[in-house]
Design a protein around this ligand. Structure first.
Ligand code: FEO
Length: 369
């Protein structure tokens, strides 16, 4: 599909995926890829391996028998490089451009694939007859290899994973979504992928702050035109771990209902303080959904009954996951019921405290309330 003069969208939609390397994507996703066509044919990013034939078909629809002459590889994670071997097989003379880490990772992932690679660094550009691409490495947003690429003539930032969203329901541009939905999808995406890398996100935002950007083409989700400013403002806030003082999240699981009753008691206490409360049972929602709800909440209460001298596995999974996401500036509270030994509340409290949460007094009860 023609996006702008000489720039085509050739990516694919993965409408059926529901779990994306461990976290939930309830409405699927896309693997976006773009072609820049002038005297060179430049492919910006590839797609996930199972879509290789569809992807090559999309490319051929645009360029027919012309070969792809250059690939810009912004990121090696297999959702963007899985079809790389198929593209190399179809266009063996292609030259690949990416960071030094990109080359290292591509050669490690695809040791049997031979390809020509040129390392690019911050400030490097790649010209063709009518266009210039500027490379903006963004290490650890969210892999060491990660990079954005800016197309000067069309003021397009190909931002790869940054500024993306998981939506695979056919929309192409942000104008097809409400701003509320767009930012909610972006928040879910940020919480699950980018949250641990706030410092690196801030560096990226600084790097692109001097660019005149009219279009953002992320590697997942819709293309941004109208919502660039609000998305970047949200990224700046999320990168700073800004939280909403008026929002509380209660995440729990329960065996016989007592921990659920405690969750309700805590919710009432929070509401009495004027907080807006979200309660989520890990029996009802995926831990990644609960983690995304944490993104802007200042208060996080986590509850588990004691089972076999510890916490429920569902709560342990949630805590393991959010520990890796490294949220900051939160107030935590542990709660739960027990029958005899009662370790779960202490264990939940310890995990949240070790994450740097400012801890409130825990709440526990024996048998029932
Ligand atoms: Fe969309 Fe980090 O891959």
């Amino acid at each position: 599909m023609l996006l702008q003069n000489a720039v085509y969208s050739v990516g694919v939609v993965d409408a059926d995926i529901r779990i994306f390397h461990g976290y939930e994507v309830p409405i699927g996703t896309t693997y976006n890829s773009f072609l820049l066509v002038d005297d060179e044919v430049t492919l910006i990013d590839c797609v996930k391996a199972p879509f290789s034939e569809e992807f090559l078909g999309n490319i051929r629809e645009v360029i027919g028998d012309r070969p792809v002459s250059r690939i810009v590889c912004n990121h090696v994670e297999p959702d963007h490089s899985g079809s790389f071997p198929s593209v190399i097989a179809a266009y063996p003379e292609v030259r690949v451009y990416g960071t030094a880490n990109c080359e290292r990772e591509l050669r490690a992932y695809y040791p049997d694939v031979e390809f020509q690679f040129e390392i690019v660094r911050a400030g490097d550009s790649l010209a063709s007859s009518a266009h210039t691409l500027d490379f903006i490495p963004m290490p650890m947003v969210h892999w060491p290899d990660s990079m954005s690429t800016y197309l000067r003539e069309h003021k397009i930032l190909f931002s790869n994973d940054a500024l993306g969203q998981h939506i695979g329901t056919g929309e192409m541009f942000d104008s097809e979504l409400s701003e509320e939905l767009l930012l909610a999808l972006a928040g879910n995406y940020y919480a699950n992928i980018v949250l641990p890398f706030g410092l690196q996100v801030k560096k990226l935002l600084e790097s692109i702050s001097t660019l005149d950007i009219e279009t953002v083409c992320p590697s997942h989700g819709v293309i941004l035109r109208e919502g660039i400013g609000s998305m970047i403002a949200k990224y700046a806030a999320w990168a700073d771990n800004e939280t909403d003082e008026s929002r509380a999240l209660i995440v729990y699981d329960t065996m016989w209902g007592t921990t659920a009753k405690l969750a309700t008691i805590i919710a009432e206490e929070y509401r009495a303080k004027g907080l807006d409360v979200t309660m989520l049972s890990l029996s009802d929602v995926h831990y990644s959904y609960a983690s995304a709800e944490m993104l802007e909440a200042r208060y996080i209460a986590v509850g588990s009954p004691t089972l076999n001298n510890g916490m429920l596995p569902s709560v342990a999974a949630f805590l393991t996951y959010i520990k890796g996401l490294k949220p900051k500036n939160r107030v935590g509270k542990a709660f739960g019921s027990y029958g005899w030994s009662g370790e779960s509340v202490k264990d939940v409290h310890s995990v949240l405290e070790a994450m740097g949460f400012e801890m409130e007094e825990p709440l526990s009860t024996k048998w029932n309330v």
